[in-house]
Write a protein that binds this ligand. Structure first.
Ligand code: NAD
Length: 355
């Protein structure tokens, strides 16, 4: 039985997770995949109940499951807690315990939402890229790190570190994904000034020898940040390290409009954690107006990457596109002349379209 651990989380997390699960169950009823779900509390709510944002039982369930779905964690209630028990530690703990080294964030323009973008129509029309961000290495984990006393003042240190195997495995993920798309990988680094990313470029180029059907280009990160705004359609698969990917994937996602639309996957082979890219949105939690589409599309990614149910994944994506085509919008993507709907209604409309 395909097993899914459900970490609904805090704020709008449970609201959007409920719609995503509803959609997945509807897919399951049609395709008879036989999903089983296990609730695994993570985040601020888990801290309130168990004194830790990642209870051992939840971690065990996440390890046992084939895939994990996470709504969102965090909120003002827990902001004063010690860093070590903040809700976000639950999320980071899951990523590192499951060694989810490949973060995959598609940024695709849904034509009916073009006007929700802050950029001009002719720039954003047809955007369809995936940012592949290495997630378990780089400056966030490298040592030495910390702040120390230094010549009467202080000195802050973080260290950018990548090893050949770390670069090799993420490069393979990018080339494999590119093979199923437009067969173009742009590897982003700062090889002109950072030795660590010089190694990155060298290893990516070496791995590419096994993927000669895919076109490889290299770009410095400062240029990539600029090109993403200037001509985002040039990108198919963007491959990059943890810190550059952190920034570029947010930039790419905002090209296409609302944060409420964008799914993500963090993978280690077939095993993956799937989550919307947005947070717990405390400002709208409990109002029934959150956009569940990012979560619903995260379930489509789960069907695709972990369960190899391509047809079912496309059915969800097509249903989302048709609902938007028909003019239904949650508040975050609403524009005059369209029909405003709440979280639950959006979920229901997508299920209806699939049927
Ligand atoms: P956020 O993504 O929660 O919200 C930013 C803005 O986008 C808000 O105005 C919010 O209302 C809106 N928004 C977000 N998701 C939406 C949706 N689905 N539909 C409609 N509007 C949506 O970011 P934030 O306000 O910086 O963070 C709030 C909390 O979430 C913090 O505690 C933060 O640490 C946490 N956070 C968690 C994750 C995660 O769980 N993966 C990611 C980012 C932030």
């Amino acid at each position: 039985m395909p097993l899914i651990a459900l970490c609904a989380g805090d704020g709008i997390g449970p609201e959007v997770a409920a719609e995503a699960v509803k959609v997945l169950k509807a897919v399951d009823a049609k395709h008879r995949i036989g999903f089983e779900f296990m609730e695994a509390p993570v985040g601020g709510g888990a801290y309130d109940l168990f004194g830790t944002p990642l209870p051992a039982e939840s971690l065990a369930k996440a390890k046992k499951a084939d895939a994990v779905f996470l709504g969102a964690v965090g909120g003002p209630k827990w902001e004063k807690l010690d860093y070590s028990v903040r809700p976000e530690r639950g999320l980071l703990g899951l990523r590192s315990e499951l060694d989810l080294y490949a973060n995959i964030r598609p940024a695709k323009m849904f034509t009916p939402l073009i006007d929700a973008s802050t950029l001009k129509r002719e720039v954003v029309e047809g955007i369809d890229m995936v940012v592949i961000r290495e997630l378990t290495g780089d400056i966030y984990f490298g040592k030495p790190r910390g702040v120390e006393k230094y010549e009467g003042g202080k000195r802050g240190v973080n260290t950018m570190v990548y090893t050949t195997p770390e670069i090799d495995r993420i490069a393979r993920v990018a080339f494999e994904i590119a093979r199923k798309r437009r067969k173009k990988v742009c590897s982003v680094d700062k090889a002109n000034v950072l030795e660590c990313t010089e190694l990155w470029r060298e290893v990516v180029t070496e791995v590419h020898k096994e993927y000669q059907d895919v076109e490889l280009s290299h770009m410095y990160v400062d240029n990539a940040a600029m090109q993403m705004i200037r001509n985002p359609r040039q990108f198919d698969v963007v491959l990059t390290g943890n810190i550059f990917g952190d920034i570029l994937s947010d930039e790419a996602s905002m090209l296409t409009g609302s944060i409420g639309m964008l799914p993500s996957a963090s993978l280690n082979g077939k095993k993956g954690m799937y989550e919307p890219i947005h947070g717990s949105a405390p400002d709208i939690a409990g109002k029934g107006i959150a956009n569940p589409i990012a979560s619903i599309l995260s379930m489509a990614m789960m069907l695709d990457y972990t369960f190899d149910q391509k047809q079912a994944a496309r059915e969800i994506e097509d249903a989302v596109a048709r609902v938007l085509d028909k003019g239904f919008r949650t508040a975050d993507i609403y524009s005059p002349g369209t029909a405003k709907v709440g979280t639950t209604e959006m979920g229901n409309l997508i299920i209806k379209e699939m049927q």
